[in-house]
Design a protein around this ligand. Sequence first.
Ligand code: GAL
Length: 468
Amino acid sequence: MRRAFILLALTSIVAVGSAPAGAVGAPGSPAAAQPAAAEPAAAEPVAVDADDLTPTPPMGFNNWNATFCRAEFNESMVKSMADIFVSTGLRDAGYEYVNMDDCWARPQNGPLGSRDAQGHLVPDPVRFPNGIKAVADYVHSRGLKFGIYHDAGTKTCNGQGFDGVLGQGYVAGNRRYEQIDAQDFANWGVDLVKHDWCNVPLSQVPPCTIPTQNPPCSGPRNLKARELYRTMRDALDATGRPIVFQVATLGDPGVQPWEWAADIGAQYWRTTGDIRANYTSMSNIAKFNMTLADYQRPGRWNDADMLQVGNAREGSGTWTLTEQETHFSLWSIMASPLLIGTDLRRATPETMDILLNKDVIAVNQDPLGVQGRLVRPVTNGQYVLAKPLENGDIAVALWNDTLSEQRISTSAVEIGFPAARDVYLMKDLWSKKLSVSRGEIAATVPPHGTVVLRVKLRPGPPGRPPVE
Ligand code: GAL
């Protein structure tokens, strides 16, 4: 798909969204300005076919769920994640992007603000004393890709955040920073940008009148969001560096990125508010994200948010290993990006077992690039999702969203195989148990658990006895 490069101007402003409470960031000590990067000759804009950048859902790491903006988020941590990707086999299992989230730049409310005299964002000198390019170079040296975080408004989302692309105190007609920030990112070697939706000044755009996200409401706010994100996407394209673009509108009920993100050239888009490390949060996100399967296509992904596997429970409820396996299973069958959100320096063997389940990862990364979807309406808390795979197999997830053990059954025909009398070979992707079936697919599933099966039509002519 090719995109025309259109220069868009934002013509009106009102306040949108407030920064969610977050941990305190590093002290905003006076910063040595980032050495001004030599301005390269403007590269010939490259209209990268977005389907080429993420042919399967992005996999990697993002620090946010592990650190928020606490001081432990720094160069040393990011480099450690890259090292652990290599030493534990996570890189070889497909985890590719090491992404930094909010607070990587000098805080807007610090003594020197976020930008230098030329308008460049200045990396936080305490967290990243060697600048961002040094971190990106290190990540690249480990055979990985590097992602960064930005915001479509005047300031990123955390209280200690930095200037968004509109800059502090933006009013219509003021200088904007999409081009300068995009070029800096390209100069630093950034491969992915997560673009958030906080402190976005929009005017004459009434807030969405439907208080919930479902059914979604489309309105002028949604259209303004599309223009703001398209402007940043085009600025990144104009650098000539292929850069993955994520739309992150933190579950704003007035914005439905799944309606337009693919069209403006984004590779993936958040569909809900932030995930928390507990079953209620995870399951609510899964239930909404799975309703959007029609908006996904190869190279364009619904993003159910970053993984909470390995993190201690946040808030109320429970966050058991079974529930974390369900989390990984559902994100995989829904073809959501798999971005590890736990500090791998403290990951337990159980956490690594989940993150390194290559059979489940293969379902998520299957080249056919189709999001799994419900095969029938949900009854008794039983969710049955099927994901067609490129080699003709079908992956099926049997999710028990209740507090009592349940037998969940479906059939080869219900999940999408032709209605022939055939024999099916099945593999349980967590227990690794192999079985044979004439068509019935069933499992006893623990409370809040999920059984994932990969179902294959037995090769050869139908009608032979099930076991030869
Ligand atoms: C939120 C976003 C989170 C994280 C945070 C940083 O809006 O949804 O994923 O990026 O901002 O402040």
